[in-house]
Ligand binder design. Structure first.
Ligand code: UD1
Length: 359
């Protein structure tokens, strides 16, 4: 029996970890035992606890409760806490997900103790090193033992950086596993805070948009213009970072067409995607989920790691430029979105666990 430690801390990781935890309990319980460590990077109920409940993720055995701090302080506190846990328990490997500070902390703490690191969502690149996420993902990949690439593009990026073929596994994307697993449940159980016939789902949380008031103003103007132009309503769940940046402006921004709400749960997000005509976002995860649900997506960034979605015409890059966002929304309003064959077959968690067990 192998024992692994799953390290999570931020919202997208709870969602990815759910796919793996369910595959372990459904199919691999006789060969693999998983403990979960929550760094506490995200701590609000609607950024953390909600996801454990609705996705039935096992309760974390450890919670470091690091909370918010500067990148250095936050990452350092996580490394220290994870190292203590790894020293006190003999895990056979550590599973990390994506590109957050929690991912990097888990990978560094484990690699320095020679505990194998398994990186789910390896090989993603924006080629923009001013993004904290880009540094996190590059450094995590280079500390990893097995790199689980969700797409062929990710495999290609890793091969270009000199990774050995044997260390890279093309697994497909665990987020596609989840969209397939939870779609029907979302339809049955989830309730949206707002619904309309012609709805757009929008989210903003990247530091280059939230911490730049010109970007934020331009994005908000674009959301209103898209709603007016298409006689539509925008559902705008607000990330805590964005809420802090908008401050007292939030009350004035609420309008007949712009519906600012608390962060949605996972099932609510899936339902909102299924009910929306279009998605406007700077999130990496939501870009993919929009694609998996057959929705066009305006990416409010200069570049994306998920180039295959842009390449097949289901997403357009528009940065924080109001005119570009509106014209991309016009072009994608009635988009015919191809099926997401580039992201695997919906069984990524099983390929990942097979590789870990056989390592
Ligand atoms: C982090 C990840 C990002 C991921 C995102 C998903 C890094 C560098 N970034 O960004 O890759 O896409 O999570 O949400 O790891 N806050 C709260 N309550 C919470 C969590 C955060 O109020 O539960 C506030 C804090 O004031 C904090 C700010 O939001 O300072 C930003 O949180 P942080 O974890 O630093 O980064 P995110 O922007 O959430």
């Amino acid at each position: 029996m192998k024992r692994i430690l799953t390290i999570v801390g931020a919202r997208p990781q709870f969602i990815k970890a759910a796919a793996i935890s369910h595959a372990i309990s459904d199919l691999y319980a006789d060969r693999l035992q998983e403990d979960i460590l929550h760094t506490g990077q995200h701590y609000d109920t609607n950024m953390s606890g909600t996801f454990f409940e609705e996705l039935s993720i096992p309760r974390p055995k450890y919670n470091l409760s690091v909370g918010s701090a500067s990148h250095g302080a936050q990452t350092a506190a996580m490394i220290e806490g994870i190292e203590k846990v790894l020293l006190s328990e003999g895990y056979d490997g550590v599973l990390v997900y994506g590109d957050t500070n929690s991912t990097l902390a888990g990978a560094l703490a484990a690699a320095k103790l020679c505990v194998p690191v398994y990186h789910v969502e390896a090989g993603l690149r924006s080629f923009n090193k001013t993004m904290p996420e880009e540094l996190n993902r590059v450094l995590t990949d280079h500390a990893s033992t097995i790199l689980f690439a969700p797409t062929q593009t990710a495999v290609h990026n890793l091969r270009n950086e000199g990774f050995a073929e044997a260390d890279v596994v093309l697994s497909g994307d665990v987020m596609l596993d989840n969209v397939r697993r939870y779609g029907a449940l979302a339809e049955r159980q989830a309730v949206l805070p707002f619904g309309a016939e012609r709805m757009v789902l929008a989210t903003v949380h990247r530091n280059f948009n939230t911490d730049n008031s010109e970007h934020l103003k331009s994005i908000l103007a674009a959301l209103c213009a898209v709603a007016e132009g298409h006689d539509a309503h925008v559902l705008f769940p607000l990330h805590p970072r964005t809420r802090q940046c908008l401050g007292s402006m939030i009350d004035r921004l609420q309008s007949e067409r712009l519906h600012i709400v608390e962060p949605l749960g996972y099932l609510q997000t899936l339902l909102a995607l299924r009910r929306s005509k279009l998605v406007l976002t700077d999130s990496g995860g939501l870009q993919k989920e929009a694609f998996f649900c057959g929705r066009g997506c305006v990416v409010m960034r200069q570049e994306t790691e998920w180039t295959e979605i842009v390449d097949c015409g289901a997403a357009l890059l528009a940065d924080a430029d109001a005119d570009a966002i509106v014209s991309a929304a016009d072009r994608l309003w009635n988009a015919d979105v191809a099926s997401p064959t580039q992201f695997g077959d919906g069984h990524a968690a099983e390929y990942i666990l097979d590789a870990i067990i056989n390592a």
